[in-house]
Design a protein around this ligand. Structure first.
Ligand SMILES: [Zn+2]
Ligand SMILES: [Zn+2]
Length: 326
């Protein structure tokens, strides 16, 4: 994550990858950005960059790859295409306390974080150039996050990203063939089997999916079929906050360290009807043992085929028995 005193000049564009049929964001940031003083955190109250008192706070990324100041997204046909990287990149500050870990946030604090996710999603969905809103978090030095202040991010994209598109296509195809939601079907299968379920409440189920690609990969899936953060009821928001709190504590207690992971909130695209998409949150950890990291190496990065060194059934049993037990 990058930040600075000044708004920096940078170029950002999307380049078309005709072999993989996807856009690559190229953001050649100015290399001479100012060095930040050591022991200074822009996210802490008193920094001058954030309010002197806040609970949760949306902080615009000064080095955003996606910006509403960039040229519009209007791709043309042909090879060697570029187009504008329109959108936004925000930082979501989970707490004013610099050293508080996400696993230490109280349920009430997670509810405030969810409110901020929802509020910003609503704003960005209304923007004509936004096709998708990605709410996510990268946590841990091993993932490249050196700033301990608890935070996540929200990106607004001018396109529906490939993995979301693939999920929508799979879910649409399943509905056409079976007249049922693919996610609801998977969830009922996981609940009937039970071996991979880690925790649950009235509104959500945390499960290590049968098909998990990452070690101890977890999905928090809503029991009710809906698509976006905006559609959460009050009770569901509370239940989601409670399960996020349980999941994060279990993860950090698994090996007794702050588990490096990515958290991805999966919601429907901003535009159009997507009745077959089903709200869920994916946790993608990269720790495969107390002292072992999982790298996305040749087979994963080079072929898109994942090797998972853990079995979901084994890890789910361990995670069920990891505090807090729910
Ligand atoms: Zn701080
Ligand atoms: Zn569903």
């Amino acid at each position: 994550m990058l930040y600075a005193e000044e708004v920096n000049q940078h170029t950002a564009e999307l380049r078309w990858h005709p072999l993989l049929k996807q856009w690559v964001a190229v953001a050649a940031l100015r290399q001479d950005r100012p060095q930040m003083p050591e022991n200074w955190c822009p996210f802490c109250p008193g920094s001058g960059k954030v309010p002197d008192a806040y609970d949760v706070y949306l902080y615009p990324n000064d080095f955003a790859a996606f910006s509403f100041d960039n040229a519009p997204f209007s791709p043309e046909t042909g090879l060697f295409q570029t187009t504008g990287a329109q959108g936004s990149c925000d930082v979501v500050l989970y707490s004013p306390e610099h050293t508080q870990l996400p696993s230490q946030l109280k349920v009430e604090q997670w509810m405030k974080v969810i409110d901020l996710w929802t509020h910003r999603t609503r704003e960005l969905f209304a923007h004509s150039g936004v096709e998708y809103v990605v709410v996510f978090e990268n946590t841990g030095v091993a993932i490249g996050v050196t700033m301990p202040h608890p935070h996540g991010q929200i990106y607004a994209l001018p396109l529906v990203p490939p993995l979301v598109r693939t999920e929508i296509d799979s879910a649409s195809e399943h509905f056409r063939e079976h007249s049922e939601c693919l996610y609801c079907r998977i969830l009922s299968g996981e609940l009937a089997d039970g071996r991979r379920v880690v925790a649950s409440n009235d509104s959500f189920v945390a499960v290590l999916p049968f098909f998990g690609r990452f070690p101890t990969e977890m999905q928090i899936c809503s029991r009710r079929h809906f698509g976006t953060l905006e559609q959460l009821t009050g009770a569901e928001k509370q239940d989601l906050a409670a399960l996020l709190s349980i999941a994060r504590r279990k993860y950090d207690n698994l090996y007794g360290l702050q588990l490096p992971l990515m958290m991805m909130v999966r919601q429907s695209p901003a535009k159009g009807e997507h009745p077959y998409f089903h709200f869920h949150i994916d946790f993608l950890p990269i720790q495969r043992g107390p002292k072992k990291l999982k790298y996305l190496a040749g087979i994963e990065s080079g072929t898109g085929t994942f090797l998972n060194d853990t079995r979901a059934e084994d890890q789910a049993e361990i995670m069920r028995n990891t505090e807090p037990r729910s």
